[in-house]
Design a protein around this ligand. Structure first.
Ligand SMILES: Cc1ncc(C[n+]2csc(CCOP(=O)(O)OP(=O)(O)O)c2C)c(N)n1
Length: 319
């Protein structure tokens, strides 16, 4: 697969996003044992390149739906960093008012539709947003991020069919990290030919298993350009690997459900380190320093922000 040599400003832009997400999540892992973060956290360390590559080809008026492992896509789409960390701390200034935590990040101003802790449920919501986008006819698109586990939910099939039938501008991006909690693909799928299954709905589907951010970005750019021209939905399955445990701040290779040897090839081709090495040292150091300041400022903001007023406990509750 030929991918064009990336220009320096593109590498710098993508590296800034990758480094921001990696640093933010490493800080989450560091702070988590203090109990100041009030929600479960599902880290995407190792998988960040998927969100960064795809969101880089989006416009501000495009939307993304994310999952409970959604820090990366929230940031890559331009979500408010202060509001994100405050949300994890359960503070009033959080993007969901401190009620949702890490699993329910949302930033409508940035086009982040939001997430749900219930696997797969953001897929039909994203499909509805794509229907609205097509009716507005402004050329905007929706990207629906989902895990391999989410493809086992019935609403995945329903949404694919609806999107194909109505030629909706939605790009489904499956981050296939090989596990649903502790259950590997081989125990869940008789065949791993996900893209062939999806193609039978009439949706062009490709698998990218190189782990190469630039290749993924090109494939996403092509898919999005075709959708803006009325080309209907597309599907990308991206092979990736979750370096940390399913939920929480630790490594879990001692749990016995996966060997650490699986991590080695992904650690060797880590896209954060790869892009860092493509930049001149001075530029990389400037970006690193800027990112470190931003992350520190977001955590300081969360620490200093007040909790919601208990009087507001029943606001925004629908029953
Ligand atoms: C409807 C539903 N079923 C089961 C669960 C329990 N559960 C939480 S995460 C998860 C695994 C999902 O795996 P995947 O979609 O591949 O995402 P990943 O965690 O790998 O990012 C499951 C089964 C849930 N939250 N919601």
């Amino acid at each position: 697969m030929h991918v064009k040599e990336p220009a320096n400003d593109l590498v710098a832009r993508l590296y800034r996003q990758l480094r921001l997400i990696r640093t933010l999540e490493e800080e989450v892992a560091r702070v988590y044992p203090t109990d100041r973060i009030k929600s479960p956290v599902h880290l995407s360390i190792g998988q960040e390149f998927v969100s960064v590559a795809v969101c880089d080809v989006l416009r501000p008026d495009d939307h993304v739906s994310i999952t409970y492992r959604g820090h990366a896509a929230y940031i890559a789409k331009g979500g408010d960093l202060d509001a994100m960390v405050a949300e994890m701390y359960g503070k009033a200034a959080g993007c969901a008012g401190g009620r949702g935590g890490s699993m329910h990040l949302v930033d409508m101003a940035a086009g982040v539709i939001g997430a749900s802790a219930v696997v797969g449920t953001s897929i039909p919501v994203a499909t509805g947003f794509a229907l609205a986008a097509r009716r507005r006819a402004g050329g905007s698109v929706v990207v629906c991020f989902l895990g391999d586990g989410a493809t086992e939910e019935g609403c995945f099939a329903e949404s694919l069919n609806f999107a194909a039938l109505h030629r909706l501008p939605i790009l489904f991006v499956c981050e296939n990290n090989g596990y649903a909690i502790h259950e590997p693909l081989a125990k869940r799928w008789a065949t791993d030919r996900l893209v062939e299954r999806v193609a039978t709905y009439g949706i062009p589907a490709q698998r990218i298993d190189s782990g190469d951010l630039f290749e993924l970005r090109e494939r996403a750019a092509e898919a999005v350009a075709a959708m803006r021209d009325g080309g209907g939905p597309a599907f990308l399955e991206v092979t990736c690997y979750r370096w940390y445990e399913h939920v929480g701040p630790n490594r879990d290779y001692d749990q016995g459900y996966r060997p650490e040897s699986e991590l080695a090839p992904w650690a060797e081709t880590d896209q954060v380190a790869r892009l860092a090495a493509l930049l001149p040292a001075g530029e990389r150091e400037r970006i690193d320093a800027e990112v470190d300041r931003r992350v520190a400022a977001a955590f300081a903001f969360a620490e200093e922000s007040p909790f919601p007023d208990p009087e507001e406990l029943h606001d925004h509750v629908f029953a």
